[in-house]
Design a binder for this molecule. Structure first.
Ligand SMILES: [Zn+2]
Length: 277
């Protein structure tokens, strides 16, 4: 397997994966999406709620706030010595107590939550939770635990993860000389990958593969059959988008840890199976 990074910043990672089967790429995608644990609020004790939202809607909104996660410091509740009852090794408390003394309405944001662990806080302090009127209060205690997105999407460690085939277009523009319609392909391509600025001979842009979605508009519409659309075998452009709950290097590392763990578990179970001849 070969890997080449195309784009990288705090919230996005895009790379090319070569010599890997589609089943394997999809296994990596599904592990990233469903199996990497992260922190989210799972229990809310509402002491006072003067906002127009019902308690359960409020609790749902609090649960969906992305929280920065430290996988080294916390256990999944089912693996914790406390048996999942809730202890400092598997649970973080986030409290909020606000009374609006002003004459105007007050919007309460995720940044108003007070965590008992400074490493587990909302990723973005500007997520609105509720709006309260004057002389109103909102008081609650919320408990965040590690969980996996296979149980609830609030525990999804990445915002999105997807892959597509690496496009391969063969464009023979010598066929364009006799074409009466210059150049329908450059007009039809939704990603504008054909350059016809000289109004003589259309050219396929150099790094077309970065944006080509293999929609087929070029191949279908070219009257001279100058375009052949295909994709590289066993080569994919893989993209990960994160909301910042975990650094992307931790996401990658955890993905392979979980993947190898699953293979070990499979082999272990396979050894125990008695095959009748
Ligand atoms: Zn515990």
């Amino acid at each position: 397997m070969e890997l080449e990074i195309l784009e990288q910043d705090k919230h996005n990672l895009k790379f090319i994966l070569k010599d890997i089967s589609i089943e394997m790429v999809n296994a990596l995608r599904r592990i990233m999406l469903s199996w990497i644990p992260c922190m989210a609020v799972d229990e809310v004790i509402i002491l006072k709620n003067d906002s127009p939202l019902y308690d359960d809607i409020l609790a749902h909104r609090i649960g969906l706030i992305p929280l920065t996660t430290d996988l080294e410091a916390y256990n999944l509740p089912k693996d914790c010595d406390c048996g999942g009852f809730g202890c400092p090794n598997c649970q973080v408390s986030l409290t909020l107590e606000i009374t609006n003394d002003s004459k105007d309405n007050l919007i309460i944001y995720s940044g108003d939550l007070e965590s008992n662990d400074p490493k587990i806080i909302p990723v973005d302090p500007n997520i609105p939770i509720a709006k309260i009127g004057k002389n109103s209060s909102l008081i609650f205690e919320a408990y965040a635990i590690l969980g996996r997105a296979k149980d609830h999407v609030k525990w999804q460690a990445v915002s999105n993860v997807f892959y597509r085939y690496l496009p391969k277009i063969e464009f023979d523009n010598s066929k364009c000389a006799k074409c009466p319609d210059k150049c329908i392909v450059s007009r039809m391509c939704p990603e504008n990958l054909y350059d016809f600025s000289d109004h003589k001979t259309p050219q396929l842009k150099k790094e077309y593969w970065k944006n080509c979605t293999l929609c087929g508009a070029c191949e279908e519409n070219c009257p001279e059959n100058a375009v052949k659309l295909a994709h590289e075998n066993d080569t994919y452009i893989f993209s990960i988008e994160s909301d910042g709950v975990l650094p992307l290097n931790v996401v990658i590392q955890k993905t392979f840890e979980i993947f190898l763990g699953k293979i070990d578990e499979f082999l272990e179970k396979l050894e125990k199976v008695e095959i009748q001849e």
